[in-house]
Design a protein around this ligand. Structure first.
Ligand SMILES: [Zn+2]
Length: 417
């Protein structure tokens, strides 16, 4: 494990990965290992299937920059982007190539970017092609560089003999894509704040009035869900300020897939709600425990169509690279299988403790002050409900408690006999 310091290693992460790659090379050939159960030696072999990472780290691991005009690692040099002069940022709206080749949207230039679209969806560059391109690496700042010139480095993973044959090498993280999508929707639904401090409502069907926002917040405030299904979302809703705050990644997941459609139905037009409901259904299908290849092929068409429908409702600034990545998720699920094996929830949960204890001093203080583990002998502490009260035991009570544990705890059975 690498514990991050003050600065991220960015593209130099390969230096830290060198020992890991050397071990993977050994494991590919095979390492003599002893099987305790059968009491015999065997050759242990292992291979790296793919990496699970957030989107910025994708650039550091793969070498393809996830910023700028060509930010999509799947479309690569064929990424369709446009610079927004007023918004001062890039948007990625070209989703019509994924539609059926005779779909009416391909001809409706007025609804989209003023052009008709006849291109097919971009073909993904294979690992072998990338490997041979990167053999003679060149860096370029030209206006119209070739794909080989857009790579920032040759990933250290290509030192593994099998890496170029892997179809899916770096997973797009559904957890972060879903979160950014939800933030994008919430941002688009809320009024813009002018430099004078006053709120300004864009005259469009997707913005919510003050009254509608109150209804939306009240629905979320009063919502009741099963224990263990979600965190207490109502604590993140401020009806007075009419906004949501301090949401965690899993809160966005629940909002996106279940709560948002319930809350929006009461206050938005059917045109907007139907698009968002379809989006939620798509996310649910992609995150399903069982995926059927035929269903995923249909889902690909639904994703492209929904993104085109959203283009008719939301402004271009809504279409960030994270929104665009949605179009690649069905294809990725066909190669990699169910999403819950490949997203960052379990990793983030595992890293939370490390992150908290070593990386964030402010959160660290909070963590230590509420740390109940030290008051228990075997770490079998429960989760406190409501306000926490820690009682101090006197000397006699300590001895009594200590003896009780020594006489009754199962893990001491062997020592007692
Ligand atoms: Zn793309």
């Amino acid at each position: 494990m690498i514990i991050p310091g003050e600065k991220r290693p960015w593209n130099d992460i390969d230096i830290y990965l060198q020992p890991f790659i050397e071990e993977l090379k050994q494991l590919w050939v095979g390492v003599k290992t002893f099987d305790m159960l059968k009491k015999e030696n065997f050759t242990l072999r292992a291979a790296l299937l793919w990496t699970i990472n957030d989107f910025p780290t994708d650039a550091n691991l793969s070498g393809w920059s996830t910023k700028g005009r060509y930010a999509c690692p799947c479309c690569a040099a064929q990424t369709c982007s446009r610079w927004l002069y007023n918004g001062k940022k890039l948007c990625y709206m070209g989703h019509r190539p994924w539609l059926d080749e005779n779909h009416s949207f391909r001809y409706e230039h007025n609804l989209f970017d003023g052009t008709e679209e006849f291109r097919a969806a971009p073909e993904q560059t294979t690992g072998s092609e990338i490997f041979s391109m990167l053999k003679q690496m060149k860096f370029s700042e030209e206006d119209d560089p070739t794909e080989a010139e857009l790579w920032k480095k040759r990933s250290i993973f290509f030192r593994l003999p099998y890496w170029k044959h892997n179809i899916l090498r770096h997973n797009l993280d559904v957890m972060h894509i879903e979160k950014k999508f939800d933030i994008g929707i919430q941002h688009a639904l809320h009024p813009q704040v002018l430099p004078t401090g006053k709120s300004f409502l864009t005259p469009a069907i997707f913005t919510m009035s003050k009254k509608e926002k109150e209804v939306f917040c009240n629905v979320l405030k009063d919502i009741k869900v099963l224990d263990g299904y979600a965190s207490n979302i109502s604590r993140c809703v401020s009806v007075k300020d009419r906004r949501l705050y301090s949401l965690k990644s899993h809160d966005y997941h629940i909002l996106m897939q279940d709560l948002l459609l319930v809350a929006l139905r009461s206050c938005m037009s059917s045109e907007v709600t139907s698009c968002i409901i379809e989006l939620s259904n798509i996310m649910k299908s992609i995150c399903g425990k069982v995926l059927m290849v035929e269903e995923l092929e249909k889902l690909q068409d639904r994703v492209a169509l929904t993104l085109c429908n959203l283009k008719k409702i939301f402004p271009p600034s809504f279409f960030t690279i994270m929104v665009h990545l949605l179009v690649h998720l069905p294809e990725e699920a066909k190669v990699g299988g169910p999403v819950f094996y490949r997203w960052m929830y379990p990793i983030e949960r595992y890293l939370e403790d490390v992150d908290t204890r070593y990386d964030r001093p402010t959160r660290n203080e909070v963590f230590i002050s509420n740390d109940l583990t030290k008051t228990y002998l075997f770490g079998s502490y429960g989760e406190p409900v409501g306000s926490v009260e820690i009682a101090e035991l006197d000397d006699i009570s300590w001895v009594q408690a200590h003896r009780y544990v020594l006489f009754h705890h199962d893990s001491l059975d062997l020592l007692r006999t």
